[in-house]
Design a protein around this ligand. Structure first.
Ligand code: NDP
Length: 289
């Protein structure tokens, strides 16, 4: 299969490119400013739709995973026009070219389409984004209704990507240095290991599954609970973790209080099941060492 991944330099895209390369796919890794490690690199700046369309027309992929986005939630809140162009217009461009070429599309969306008032959201629940990032990702979904929309939550993995470390790597590094960290007690998530997510997304692509799927970790946990489990698994000092509350943080954009995703549909329909936290951290530990 000829697979194009937008955001192939990112935390999720790089793992999808790695797994797909291992499976023998012909992989094209779209990027903007960070050269991808896996697949054939393809410069794709979503701010330049014409170049994006030309590049994709040349490749003629069987399938596209659209993982690229402006993911900095606070930046999206301030630089709204930029967020709109990348996350909404960019997704419109990708979905249009996918339709024209007859390529299957999987659009990676987010738990932030929900307001976080209830948690454990199912695919049928009504989105109600409370920040601009979530709003742009939700608008992006509108262009992908006839394809696969894969919503996920707090991705982590063994390697830095796109010039950034993820929450788990940041925490492990801080605790290893003996530094104190402040972690939120009253925000709930279903953290997702990028390896597990990559396998689930690839299965959706291989089976051409259409509709919305919540592809996330199977365990709902607070940020603090997640941090404590990471510390426990990596044999690090949990006493360095200081509990704080969401109100203690001066975020620019509002965050949902409980954006955990219910993954029962994925558990029921996919061969690659969402990992519970224990399994995911075991795999993470193997990957890190
Ligand atoms: P990253 O922030 O790690 O990577 C973002 C990717 O988007 C990079 O490859 C980046 O390219 C690319 N990108 C950014 N701007 C542009 C642009 N103008 N043109 C082309 N590409 C661009 O993202 P993640 O892997 O963490 O996220 C993947 C997807 O999952 C996103 O769609 C995100 O909304 C969604 N998601 C992420 C969550 C998380 O916790 N991380 C949670 C829920 C959903 P480069 O680095 O080369 O500039």
């Amino acid at each position: 299969m000829k697979l194009l991944i937008t955001g192939g330099s990112g935390l999720l895209g790089s793992k999808i490119a790695e797994v797909a390369t291992d499976r023998g796919y012909e992989v094209y890794s779209g990027y903007n400013s960070h050269e991808p490690k896996f697949g054939e690199p393809v410069k794709l700046d979503l701010m330049n739709p014409k170049d994006v369309v030309d590049a994709i027309r040349k490749i003629r992929p069987d399938a596209i995973v659209h993982s690229a986005a402006l993911t900095d939630v606070d930046r999206c809140e301030i630089e709204r026009e930029l967020a709109y162009r990348i996350n909404v217009e960019g997704t419109k461009t990708i979905s249009k070219v996918a339709r024209v070429l007859g390529s299957f599309l999987a659009y990676i969306s987010t738990d932030y389409v929900f307001d976080g008032e209830r948690g454990m959201y199912k695919e049928v629940d009504e989105p109600n984004p409370i920040n601009y990032y979530g709003y742009t990702k939700f608008l992006g979904e509108e262009y992908c209704r006839d394809f696969c929309i894969a919503r996920t939550c707090v991705i982590y993995g063994a390697k830095p990507a796109s010039g950034k470390v993820n929450f788990a790597l940041w925490l492990i590094d801080k605790l290893k240095r003996g530094e104190e960290v402040k972690i939120i007690t009253d925000q709930f998530i279903t953290p997702t290991l990028n390896t597990n997510l990559a396998e689930m997304v690839l299965e959706c692509v291989e089976r051409k599954l259409r509709g919305i799927f919540h592809l996330a970790g199977a365990t709902r946990v607070s940020r603090l609970g997640f941090a404590r489990k990471v510390a426990e698994f990596f044999g690090l000092d949990e006493n360095l973790i200081r509990p704080i509350e969401m109100n203690d943080i001066d975020w620019i954009a509002k965050r949902p209080r409980d954006s955990s995703l219910n993954t029962s549909k994925a558990r029921r329909l996919l061969k690659n099941k969402p990992y519970d936290l224990r399994k995911a951290l075991k795999v993470l530990k193997d990957e890190v060492s």
